[in-house]
Design a protein around this ligand. Structure first.
Ligand code: IPD
Length: 265
């Protein structure tokens, strides 16, 4: 039987809350455990511990589901449901004791994200979305801001950890910054997309994200009225994620495409 979306959402919410609580309790005194793509791409012991806790929670409730997590990789399943988990999105903020980090959990059924929860405990925010069922922050319905011309748009973005990619991202940013109201680099893609869903920014783009960064938050942004995709009609991919209400999406897309915002080098 197809699992019901509300049930998947409540499990995502429980697991994200539980993970968020554990991460918040462990934030002070946390140190770097390991590095990934570069010395600044860090993993703390809490990234791993929180993912472990979430995997256990999900499997206890729904044994047999697949799980894709940032730290623990892909675990196959046979139910048609796959959970996409980022235990701490915004790890650098987390490490520095800043508030802009989140636990992100999405439920995919047969390859389509149908429910998502993004818990940002330090901000007191729990964002949720269900496919066809709207987007919420702490239980209140949210909508993306109405379209504005690109020159008046507050645009969120983020950067990868490798210097080659960053050099390109800096060049792209150099062409975007003079064309928009201003830029924000919050440090958590999941929070950035939820902010967009909440009308607290107008647009967002980033190259180099992974499905766990945008899984839940892209659904939340879409349910709030935003379009989320890549270049030339593509869905969001690691090459590029763009998000904005449709009119502004088109303007930002047309600015980014000729700049090669989806490439390195
Ligand atoms: C990072 C954050 C950041 C984005 C990076 C991501 P992590 O995720 O989402 O905002 O700019 O590209 O890697 O490493 O904190 O889980």
């Amino acid at each position: 039987p197809t699992p019901d979306r509300a049930g998947l959402l409540s499990l995502a919410v429980e697991a994200a809350r539980e993970g968020g609580r554990a991460a918040a309790e462990g934030q002070s005194g946390i140190g770097v455990l390991d590095t990934k793509s570069s010395p600044t791409d860090v993993v703390t012991e809490m990234d791993r511990a929180v993912e472990e806790l979430i995997r256990k929670r999900l499997h206890a409730a729904r044994p047999g589901d697949a799980v894709l997590g940032e730290e623990g990789g892909d675990e196959g399943g046979d139910t048609g449901v796959r959970w996409i988990v980022d235990p701490i999105d915004g790890t650098v903020n987390y490490l520095y004791g800043r508030g802009e980090w989140a636990v992100s959990i999405a439920a995919e059924v047969d390859g389509e994200v149908v429910a998502g929860a993004v818990a940002a405990p330090a901000r007191g925010d729990l964002y949720t979305g269900v496919l066809g069922g709207g987007a919420y922050c702490n239980g209140e319905a949210i909508r993306a801001a109405p379209a504005v011309p690109l020159e008046l748009a507050l645009v969120g973005t983020g950067f990868g950890y490798e210097s080659g990619r960053r050099a390109r991202q800096a060049r792209v940013l150099g062409s975007v910054l003079p064309r928009v109201r201003d830029i924000r680099r919050g440090g958590s893609a999941a929070v950035d997309l939820c902010e967009l869903a909440h009308g607290r920014s107008d647009a967002y783009y980033e190259r180099g994200l992974n499905p766990w960064d945008w899984g839940a938050a892209a659904l939340i942004a879409q349910e709030a009225g935003a379009r989320v995709g890549g270049l030339h009609g593509a869905p969001p991919t690691p090459d590029l994620v763009i998000a904005a209400v449709p009119e502004l999406f088109a303007e930002l897309h047309d600015l980014l495409a000729p700049l090669g915002a989806d490439t390195d080098g």
